[in-house]
Design a protein around this ligand. Structure first.
Ligand code: ASP
Length: 583
């Protein structure tokens, strides 16, 4: 080894030792008689000291070194005169006797500090420099720990990690596929897996009754800060289980990760039905770190001559404790917030419950004190509270109020990233009707089983069929989802029929799975967790990019390697691909 120690391990007990360190120059300070260099590696920072009186030539040479030069320095560990209690190595420094420049460095385009001056684009272009920053390194360490602890837990429960192929055939899971042309089969394409869903089911049929894989998945979707075209799942499947067994087992995994990664003893996770999640929070991934819940007002506000309410399908609101003193400006801000196109409300009604027990509302013309008192009672509001109400078409209004609820949570400081509120959302509908295409889509995916008691409804009222499907949500983020699967050919075929596949199409696309069901498929179910997202939530961040070593930007580009890129005509010819001229 070129070094005897790392830059993070020497302390006062090493005083007097002769050591050699290797690392990058974080910064240097020239104080005339002394020159100091902070040498950094993955493990920490150690101060190197050069003394003019001891070795003037070496000191002069040290002054010429620039930031991010790679150095090998040898010397003696000595106690520092001015100690830095914030650093593990802060009690000592190395009085350097000799050093070698292992490599020079250009001046980096941004500072390698937690609070860097580098913008997102620069950081991504020079990601290898960005990755030197402590803050990103910590994220990758957290990710590593998550993976290790996941494996420890699942191995202890008899799960076996099995790899499934990356070059597969398109499986519809709600997103577009990335495809790979096959050179030796001209005109034919592989698809990259959106998830290993069908393979893990085939593994259950094969008898590997507890499978998992920390696996890369690919979805060609529009990107957001919490989405990447390639991302990682903890993908799991079990045989001979009910929904209850799956939830208990994976609540165990989640608790294990809480404890071993975050040092938190998590209590039993609450469960809420999909219907209740929508009714009380306006979303299927509620953030329950704070208690604000929706209250429907249809019964008490309709028929009083206020057209907006009278014509609305749903009138629903929230009560923000202690916000009764909100100024005109603050209320205008909230109104502007709900009217933003992404939120989509046409306006907002407010009622201030004044400290003296009177009310001030934006609908005083239509509703007297008595009426407003009724509303306050419905919300269990107290003097000093603020009631915010939206009205309109049911689905849109619930969604908009869900966003307003989160906004109030932010304003009230109730969404602390260091507090975790996990829950299960259960009893999802099996199907979702799409008005535009006038057809049903699978809410989860086409392999999800209806609840046995709802199977008869498949013929009469498919929209009412509930699934044995569940999501794990932490702090308003969907961390994972899964279901009990269909394991009979007939039911799978019927499900595909409902989704618009003819028998022939179903056989062509999913024959491999449906035929396998005829060879002794056990009842089975599973779940997959978004690994990058879970890491980000545990790290207290909204952005999964900071938890991926080499992420893509918002246009799906890797700006460092400059990909995607065109390929040569020869490659295109070999692949029998004709590219449409775009320009
Ligand atoms: N394959 C599903 C997904 O990627 C998860 C599951 O049902 O296990 O969302």
């Amino acid at each position: 080894m070129l070094r005897t120690h790392t830059c993070g391990e020497l302390t006062i007990i090493n005083a007097g030792n002769k050591v050699t360190l290797c690392g990058w120059i974080q910064r240097s300070r020239d104080l005339g008689g002394m020159t100091f260099i902070d040498l950094r590696d993955r493990y920490g920072i150690t101060q190197l000291a050069f003394n003019m009186d001891v070795n003037a030539a070496l000191c002069e040479k040290a002054r010429t070194l620039g930031r991010e030069f790679v150095l090998k320095a040898s010397g003696v560990v000595i106690e520092r005169s001015s100690k830095n209690s914030k650093m593990p190595t802060g009690d000592i420094e190395i009085l350097v006797e000799d050093f070698e420049i292992l490599n020079k460095s250009k001046l980096p385009p941004f500072t390698i500090e937690d609070n860097t001056d580098g913008g997102e684009e620069q950081r991504m272009k020079y990601r290898y420099l960005d990755l030197r920053r402590n803050i990103i390194k910590k994220n990758l360490e957290l990710r590593h720990k998550m993976a290790i602890e996941t494996r420890i837990f699942l191995n202890s429960k008899n799960f076996i990690e099995i790899e499934t192929p990356c070059l597969i055939k398109s499986t519809p899971e709600g997103a577009r596929d990335f495809v790979v042309p096959s050179r030796i089969n001209p005109g034919e394409f592989y698809a990259l897996p959106q998830s290993p869903q069908t393979f893990k089911q085939l593994l259950m049929i094969a008898g590997y009754d507890r499978y998992y894989q920390i696996v890369r998945c690919f979805r060609d979707e529009d990107l957001r800060s919490d989405r990447q075209p390639e991302f990682t799942q903890i993908d799991c499947e079990m045989s001979f289980v009910t929904q209850e067994d799956v939830l208990n087992n994976f609540e165990g995994l989640a608790k294990h990760l809480f404890k071993n990664v975050r040092g938190i003893e998590a209590k039993e996770f609450p469960r809420i039905s999909y219907d209740d999640a929508m009714k009380y929070y306006g979303t299927d991934k509620p953030d329950i770190r704070f208690e604000i819940k929706f209250h429907g007002l249809n019964d008490i506000v309709k028929g009083k001559g206020f057209k907006v309410f009278d014509e609305a399908q749903l009138i629903v609101g929230i009560c923000a404790s202690g916000c009764g003193e909100y100024s005109r400006k603050q209320l205008d801000e909230l109104t502007d917030f709900v009217k933003r196109p992404q939120i989509g409300a046409s306006g907002m009604v407010y009622v201030k419950y004044n400290n003296d027990g009177t009310f001030k509302s934006s609908v005083d013309k239509f509703f007297n004190e008595e009426e407003l008192k009724k509303w306050a009672r419905a919300f269990d509001a107290k003097p000093g509270d603020l009631i915010l109400i939206l009205a309109g078409a049911t689905e849109k209004t619930l969604k908009a109020l869900g966003e307003l609820r989160l906004e109030m949570g932010n304003r009230l400081g109730l969404r602390d990233p260091e507090i975790f509120a996990p829950l299960w959302v259960v009893d999802f509908p099996l199907l979702e009707w799409d008005e535009e295409t006038k057809r049903f889509y699978a809410k989860h995916h086409p392999f999800t089983s209806p609840k046995p008691e709802d199977i008869l409804l498949l013929d009469t009222n498919p929209a009412a069929v509930r699934a044995n499907a569940y999501d794990l949500v932490i702090n308003g983020v969907e961390i994972g989802g899964g279901s009990i699967r269909i394991h009979s050919k007939d039911l799978q075929n019927k499900m595909l029929n409902i989704l618009g596949f003819s028998n022939e199409e179903a056989q062509k696309q999913f024959g491999f799975l449906m035929n396998a069901f005829e060879y002794g498929a056990p009842p089975h179910g599973g779940i997959a967790f978004g690994f990058d997202r879970w890491c980000a939530v545990f790290g207290g961040s909204d952005s999964i990019r900071d938890y991926i070593a080499f992420p893509k930007n918002n246009s799906g580009r890797d700006v460092m390697i400059d990909s995607p890129a065109s390929i040569s005509q020869q490659q295109l010819d070999e692949l029998s691909i004709i590219v449409k001229k775009l320009f």
